[in-house]
Write a protein that binds this ligand. Sequence first.
Ligand code: AMP
Length: 209
Amino acid sequence: MRLILLGAPGSGKGTISEVLVDKLHLFHISPGELLREEVRKQTTIGKEIAKYIEKGELVPNKFVVEMVKLEIGKRKDFVLDGFPRSVEQAKEIKDLKIDAVISLEVPEKVVIERFSGRRTCPKCNAGYHIKYIPPKKEGICDKCGERLIQRKDDAPQTVKERFKVYHKETAPLVEYYRKRRLLHQIDASSVPEEVSATVLELIKTLKKK
Ligand code: AMP
């Protein structure tokens, strides 16, 4: 299965991706994670792109598109989480066979609340929420034992900018994929277990077709 997850910042793309990796063994391709890794390692690219991520802006295509294409090229089944983020990026992968595009729909006020409690593992990228997806031991990653952090770009001012960018650049992809008959819209405002159950059910139906 080759899936694209669409959704505003905080809509749960990362969390649902983790479930799809776990249950369906899809390979997770997240440009956000790949880019943050470059920043962490302070590579040449990392030094150039840090400012975009910190401001909540999209990293220019020249850094992202080839990076993602390289990852896609190696895989048969995958879930794309955070790519494409613009119609221009979608056009870059227009010849790629995609089974479905799942749009996670959440009202903005729910997402704002999610951000305040969001925690991330800087080592293995696992995502948590202090209320909805708490780690077993407070502040510590269940998977690798690393201390959890709040992502720099989860700060309120940056979140605001990320929303602005989402509405301008990414939201038009809903119509783009609807026209191509690939779009499936899911109410993603409830707890992670419910949303993932809905997504898994949808995928089951798609597989039968
Ligand atoms: P994410 O982890 O998906 O929330 O992405 C975090 C940040 O990485 C975004 O706010 C952008 O700065 C950058 N980023 C992630 N995916 C893309 C993309 N497809 N195109 C450009 N920038 C991206």
